[in-house]
Design a protein around this ligand. Sequence first.
Ligand SMILES: [Zn+2]
Length: 181
Amino acid sequence: MTIELLTPVRFVGSRNCYDARPLGQRRGIMLHFDDSSNDTSAEEWFHDPACHVSYNRLYLDTGDVVQITPSLESAAWHAGVCVTPNANRVFYGLSAATDTRTPATTKQLEAIAHDCAALFLLNKWPATDVTVRIVGHEDEACFASGKLGRKIDPTGIHPDRPILSKVAVRHRVLELLGALE
Ligand SMILES: [Zn+2]
C-alpha cells in the first residue's frame, strides 16, 4: 500500500520562472498561500509577464491540483530570501490558492496533506519528522538582514484563525502515514 501524488487536473506552466534542480535530496516541504482573490485569477497570474514566482503545485478551493512547474523536481521560485540558503531547491513549494481573509477549504487542506504524505513516502522521510520537514514560508522568509517576518503565509495575520494551519496539515499527514502501518 502506498500514497500516490494526486494527479493534476491541468498543467498551468510558469513561463520560465523555475530552475532545474541539481541533484540532491530535498529537505522538506514549504507551505504557502498565494494571496489570490479567486482560483481563476490564481492560475492566470502565472501567465502574466509581471509574475516572477511559481510553486510546484497549486491547490484550488475544490481540492483540485494544478501543476505549475514542469515537474515536482523543478525548483519553483517560491521562497525568496530565506534563512535556509537555496530554499527554492531545498523545499518543495506547495500553495493553497486563497487570500489573507479566506481560510483554506477542507478539501484544499486534505489535498495538500495527501501530497505531503506522498512526498514523505517518496523521499523516505520518517513520519515523526512532520514538524521539521513541513514548514511555512513565514518560518523561513527573512529580510536581507536575516530577520524573520518577511512573509505571513500560510498562517496569515491571526494565528488563532489560520488561513492554512500547519498544525492541521501535519496532523493529517501523520494520520495518513499512520494508516499505512
Ligand atoms: Zn509564500
